[in-house]
Design a protein. Structure first.
Length: 195
């Protein structure tokens, strides 16, 4: 979390210091990226790693449509809760931008497809097996900042809260909310002629 705040501040300062005259974010801009996202499961105190990506189309300077996908890569605990997971979301984002700096917030309904691990209840947990995969409704709230360095790429940092409940397991229902952090290099092209 601290890393995201530091990156956001650096991006803000960079936009003020550089004083670029060209603005690279326009209505009709299509952007995308892929990166590694770290997450924290809020109800379990576990960390996970996801391969994540997004695609976003800017209708105008203030509104965009965006889709995000997260593919589970690894759990970071000795007895990870998740065995397999796929999360995908699509929704609207609102933007607060000035020159080449953009801050956004968005809400995205979506789905989560997840399979959990089963461990014994001993003091030394032993892997027993996995549950069947479950498809469940989900939603995401994302906030982030981007700095458009050039007409073809930007630097971004996002924090996403994802909400879902895994039900239908042999052990009951589980809260699978996660807080995800991602940052990296994004790419964009302008699909409309500049005025």
């Amino acid at each position: 979390m601290v890393r995201v705040i530091v990156i956001s501040v650096c991006l803000s300062l960079a936009s003020l210091v550089c004083g670029q005259t060209d603005q690279y974010l326009h209505p009709g801009t299509l952007e995308a990226s892929a990166t590694i996202s770290g997450s924290s499961m809020l109800a379990r105190g576990e960390s996970n790693m996801y391969i994540s990506g997004y695609a976003e189309y800017h209708m105008d300077y203030k509104v965009s449509f965006r889709g995000d996908t997260y593919l589970f890569a690894a759990g970071q605990s000795e007895s990870p809760f998740i065995n397999e997971a796929f999360r995908t979301y699509f929704g609207l984002f609102y933007h607060f931008n000035k020159h080449n700096f953009d801050y956004s917030i968005g809400f995205q309904p979506g789905i989560t497809y997840m399979k959990k691990n089963i461990f014994s209840d001993d003091t030394e947990p032993v892997f027993v097996g996995t549950e069947q995969k479950q498809l469940m409704p989900s939603f995401a709230i994302t906030t982030g900042a981007s700095y458009y360095v050039w007409k073809y790429f930007n630097i971004f940092a996002n924090v996403t809260y994802v909400r879902s409940n895994l039900s239908g397991t042999s052990q009951g229902t589980f809260n699978t909310d996660e807080l995800m952090i991602s940052a990296g290099l994004g790419f964009q092209i302008n699909t409309r002629k500049s005025k």
